[in-house]
Design a protein around this ligand. Structure first.
Ligand code: KG4
Ligand code: ZN
Length: 357
């Protein structure tokens, strides 16, 4: 397991005024154990991410039972480091925001129970956060990337290993779910196709790397695009890649991995960009936000920037994949709205976005 401390400047100790709100964020929904502190919404004071990627790579994907056990081993030191980096004690934190769902049940429970334990010990409120809302708020974390052009209504594409959702955001915390994947998430498709091509986990970065030397037009893979329908489907594309591989193998042709990776990636990018920009136009969005693990993909970023007439915002690369700054930032807006959750708050592994506005 590798621990990565995001390169953020720790703040120097200062006297706390009443206007300053500091949120401790905790994220354990999948295979990253993360804790971070933000000040007044988007200002990062610290961020620690302990990734389990190296651990799960041997299984070719996330091994849920082991993920929760790894969270247990790491979470206390991750939170301790996040507070230390921020030069704050738990008593100087105003609230604890924690991912409540969706995600792996055992993994969610680790973060949730630690958050509740800290809340009980410190008397601070605990706030449950929807993981997709977290990804959305990665765009409000103050970084070198300008987010000033994020104007409501925003058309958001949240695209990760567990989600592919199109969301219309009319104001802070006000969402309308327009569509989502009917089968595999885009990141899941990257991971599965990478396995078919014998590329390492996680599949997204491996395919992106393999695709660099490939021809994106070498294979014509299907694009499941229904006009005016905002849902996605990636399982047909994954099957088409499988059939193409079998066809080549039956002819004893060695796999053109770069071409297959590039053609697959292009098909995913075409669908994501096309549908998102159509929705942005239909719903008269003023800006487009692309977040979640797959938004780290360079081909996706390039195509959005080439094809969009609206400003397109991507979080910086270290905030595309799971982290706790995004959870703390969402927690700030939920705190201002008055959300306080009870110590009986349970994990919601299949929490639907539409029901949490
Ligand atoms: O947001 P995330 O860390 O976790 C979930 O909430 O699922 O996203 C992880 C997913 C994985 O499926 C991974 O393969 C994909 O994001 N991913 C990428 C890239 N980096 C990560 N997919 C395509 N291109 C990338 N560069
Ligand atoms: Zn995520």
């Amino acid at each position: 397991m590798s621990e990565k401390e995001l390169k953020r400047q720790p703040r120097s100790p200062s006297v706390k005024t009443t206007q300053i709100l500091r949120i401790l964020g905790i994220e354990t929904s999948c295979d990253e154990t993360a804790a971070a502190v933000t000040e007044n919404g988007g200002k990062p004071l610290s961020s620690v991410v302990a990734s389990q990627i190296d651990f799960h790579a041997q299984y070719g994907g996330v091994f849920p039972e082991m993920a929760s056990r790894q969270h247990i081993l790491t979470i206390y030191s991750v939170i301790e480091q996040a507070l230390k980096q921020a030069h704050l004690s738990l008593q100087e934190i105003d609230a604890i925001a924690v991912t409540r769902g969706p995600g792996l049940p055992g993994s969610l429970l680790v973060g949730l129970n630690v958050a509740k334990g800290l809340a009980l010990a410190s008397g601070k409120p605990v706030i449950g956060i929807h993981h997709i809302e977290g990804h959305i708020y990665s765009a409000w974390v103050e970084t070198d990337t300008a987010t000033s052009s994020l104007q409501f209504p925003i058309l958001a594409l949240i695209v990760s290993g567990g989600h592919t959702s199109l969301i219309l955001i009319n104001a802070h915390l006000s969402y309308r779910l327009l569509g989502q994947t009917l089968d595999d998430a885009a990141g899941e498709a990257f991971d599965k196709v990478a396995r078919l091509l014998n590329l390492s986990y996680p599949g997204g970065p491996s395919i992106e790397k393999a695709a660099q030397g490939g021809n994106p037009k070498a294979f014509e893979f299907p694009r499941a695009v229904q006009k005016d329908a905002w849902n996605f489907s990636f399982s047909g594309l994954k099957t088409a890649v499988l059939y193409q591989i079998r066809k080549l193998e039956n002819k004893h042709i060695s796999l053109p991995v770069a071409d297959l990776a590039a053609s697959f990636q292009q098909a995913v990018v075409d669908v994501l960009v096309g549908k998102t920009l159509n929705a942005a136009q239909t719903f008269q969005a003023k800006s487009v936000l692309v977040a979640g693990g797959v938004s780290a993909n360079k081909a996706l970023r390039e195509q959005f920037l080439i094809r969009s007439t609206l400003p397109v915002i991507f979080p910086p690369l270290d905030l595309c994949t799971d982290n706790a700054l995004m959870v703390a930032c969402a927690g700030y807006y939920r705190y201002l709205k008055g959300q306080r959750d009870g110590l009986d708050m349970d994990a919601m592994p299949t929490w639907q976005l539409a029901s949490f506005t």
